[in-house]
Write a protein that binds this ligand. Structure first.
Ligand code: PGA
Length: 247
């Protein structure tokens, strides 16, 4: 059985006191069928780790692929590992767009994460113009190929994938469950072609993009959707808890 996961990507939101309050309010967010991961600002990672409970795992939104050195302002996978971080988002569309992160650079991040025993949550997804040209499948499978397909089966199976259509992120415009399932199925078949069906069936593929308490149940009931990467709706206790309980 694949892992079911609900992850909260808090992005660059909340000041310390608000973030702490939200985190503590999730303490009893528990559904034994689901793994819950929170990705807060890097600034709050240590204090969340100190206050965490076994219901919630803490991940970082970003990291730099070199262990140590003169890279002012960066935090490495190696450093994150040293405080006990288990997951890192890699390839979020906001990092690709605003920080020019290429598939090639993301490949380095994936390698650095795995070398440090950190699970990459690898994000992929197309823009509206790519979807309008009907090229979304080609685009997404290429993102996966260029950043992940150099991995051996043993390392690839440690990754989690998140499909996040850019046109649905923060827009309130969710992909329909048919659209999302279609892409998730394509991703799984693409993985099966490279690594075999057994491994492809073990990889968790999450949906992200305006997923909320009203649409999560329908999305998560699709056979190839194993949970969600939630932005806006993860910033409200009631919404995020309801999404966790959608399974
Ligand atoms: P959203 O963000 O749920 O606010 O659309 C999802 C994400 O960017 O991970």
């Amino acid at each position: 059985m694949r892992k079911k996961i609900v992850a909260g990507n808090w992005k660059m939101n909340l000041k310390c006191e608000e973030a702490t309050r939200l985190f503590l309010s999730l303490a009893n967010a528990k559904n034994s069928a689901v793994e819950v991961i929170i990705f807060p600002s890097t600034l709050y990672l240590q204090s969340f780790l100190d206050n965490t409970n076994k219901n919630i795992q803490i991940g970082a939104q970003n990291a730099y692929p070199i262990d140590t050195g003169a890279y002012t302002g960066e935090t490495s996978f190696y450093q994150l590992k040293s405080i006990g971080i288990t997951h890192v988002l890699i390839g979020h569309s906001e990092r690709r767009a605003y920080f020019s992160e290429s598939n090639e650079f993301l490949k380095e991040k994936v390698d650095a994460a795995l070398e440090n025993n950190i699970t990459p949550v690898f994000c992929c997804g197309e823009s509206l113009s790519i979807r309008e040209q009907g090229k979304e499948k080609e685009f997404i499978t290429n993102q996966i190929k260029e950043s992940l397909f150099h991995l051996s089966s043993d390392t690839f199976q440690k990754c989690i994938i998140a499909y996040e259509p850019i046109w649905a992120i923060g827009t309130g415009k969710t992909a329909t469950s048919e659209q999302a399932e279609d892409i998730h199925k394509t991703i799984r078949s693409f993985i099966a072609e490279k690594y075999g069906d057994t491994l492809a069936q073990e990889i968790s593929i999450l949906y992200g993009g305006s997923c909320n308490e009203n649409n999560a149940k329908e999305l998560f009931s699709c056979p190839n959707i194993d949970g969600g990467l939630i932005g806006g709706a993860s910033l409200k206790t009631a919404s995020f808890k309801a999404i966790i309980d959608s399974f």
